[in-house]
Ligand binder design. Structure first.
Ligand code: FAQ
Length: 311
């Protein structure tokens, strides 16, 4: 049974009134937001690694400038999200430490490698495409700071998706070898992109409560279906082969049928056993350790300034 406080809180949620940092909230609401927003922020930060890998090898100056801007945007998204999460009473350092020692997750997708330039196009097209599909509804999420961060992030994310589609289109319309690379990138990144939406609804432990609190607006399978429905016509437009023989239009449902990802692979990747998990965490730990002198210097300077003020 709900206490009066909980009832009042749920009434606000039901009336679409945003919850703000100073408002009372149930402990689990706070903990769920810290988990989801923290995981989201970590994904933006770790998500720079697969694309950053290709900045120095972009095929033209224009593509390099675009990719550089996109990867910088991801860093910015991470920072908005850490700041929004800090309004819940956790510090950015605490969140970072939980990422670095494996207590917190980041999106499964970033544990797959980017092997060549076509993969960079496919990441923008499919990975950012999946990210937007999930983030557009999150603009209406019940926690004010998260909702406002999402509005800004979505604007940038749609540019990311279009640059990826443009890059893969160039490959798909290119030489036979280039088209083959585009096809191969699509084939490899398709299921990992579908996995971004999380486990199937029957295995999603958090969905029911998160939807009642309007932290999440849709179920994982709803958004996955929307992504498939949006992407299949794009694959056809690019004149690429469908990456899944199970994809067929189902007139009765008004949706494409498709084959689910291999869920045991998904759970294995989020447990730390994907192709790049070890590398990704090692890269983030190295960046944190290499930056220690900057943090120490800033703190020493702040202490000196504070002492001078006291004197
Ligand atoms: N990867 O009960 P549910 C981007 C975990 S976009 C890893 O269904 P929930 C942009 C989940 O945490 C990517 N773990 O969970 C970009 C839970 O485990 P826990 C980031 C996953 O939270 C593009 C367990 O499985 N976007 O970075 C995943 O209700 C290109 C049970 O699952 C967001 O984070 C997964 N895919 O629903 C950047 C969006 N899925 O914590 C650079 C916000 C599930 O109990 C380059 N997040 N898990 O140990 C969400 O909307 C939700 O958290 C879901 C998962 C939908 C991801």
């Amino acid at each position: 049974d709900m206490s009066d406080q909980e009832r009042e809180f749920q009434d606000k949620i039901d009336a679409d009134i945003k919850i703000e940092p100073r408002d009372w909230m149930p402990d689990d609401y706070r903990a769920t937001l810290i988990r989801q927003m923290g995981q989201h922020a970590h994904s933006e930060i770790v998500g720079q690694l697969p694309e950053g890998n290709w900045i120095t090898r972009a095929p033209t100056l224009e593509r390099k400038a675009i990719l550089l801007a996109k990867v910088q945007d991801e860093a910015g998204h991470g920072l908005y999200l850490y700041s929004a999460a800090e309004t819940l009473g956790v510090t950015r350092d605490e969140l970072t430490e939980m990422l670095l020692d494996g207590r917190m997750k980041y999106s499964s997708i970033f544990n797959y490698p980017t092997l060549n330039w076509a993969d960079i196009g496919a990441v923008g097209w499919l990975v950012d495409g999946a990210a937007i599909m999930n983030q557009v509804p999150l603009q209406r999420t019940s926690y004010g700071p998260y909702s406002r961060a999402m509005i800004r992030i979505c604007k940038e994310e749609s540019f990311h998706q279009r640059q990826g589609y443009d890059a893969i289109r160039k490959m798909a319309e290119g030489t036979v070898a280039q088209k083959k690379m585009a096809q191969d990138a699509l084939n490899r990144l398709w299921y990992p992109s579908l996995m971004m939406f999380g486990p199937s609804d029957k295995d999603s432990v958090h969905s029911a409560q998160s939807m009642a609190w309007k932290i999440k607006i849709n179920t994982n399978d709803e958004l996955r279906q929307k992504f498939v429905d949006q992407t299949v016509p794009q694959i056809e437009y690019l004149d690429l082969d469908l990456p899944d023989e199970g994809i067929t239009w189902n007139a009765q449902r008004g949706h494409y049928d498709y084959t689910d990802p291999n869920w045991s692979e998904f759970f294995d990747v989020i447990k730390g056993n994907g192709p790049c998990n070890v590398d990704r965490l090692a890269a983030r730990n190295k960046a944190w350790d290499d930056g220690a002198w900057v943090r120490d210097g800033l703190m020493a300077n702040a202490r000196k300034k504070a002492a001078a003020k006291m004197a």
